[in-house]
Design a protein around this ligand. Sequence first.
Ligand SMILES: [Zn+2]
Length: 140
Amino acid sequence: MNCGDGTTSKKFVWARRASYTESAAVVHSASRLTGGDSTYTPSLVHTGYQILAAAKSIYVFPMKADGYPIAQGARTETGGGKPPYTAFREDAFRAIVSGNLGASIGNVGFNAADILGHEGAHLWGSQHPQTYGIPWGFQP
Ligand SMILES: [Zn+2]
């Protein structure tokens, strides 16, 4: 999750695919999202994660690469003729899978619900200006 802020550097990191159980937990957490806006509703985002989970397209990537912390909490790719996927950084992933959506995620300045909602909106519209700044909350 890195929309329109400062400098970043690109690096390839290995990600692992979420297990069936973990993917189901991500979908369940997505079902608890509130907020959104008229374009990206919680129910649309929930559906997006259901599709991703069915396609086994949810991934986890590590906190660091070559000793440097990875600044981005998650990443979603759609289009380009490839199947969409979402990859969460390990800390965000753990919070989402355990249902701890209020957890503040490391150095990104967002909580787990923000990240889950934001990436879920990207599943339906990859342009950052459209998906940035949408308020996300969650049911307890
Ligand atoms: Zn984004």
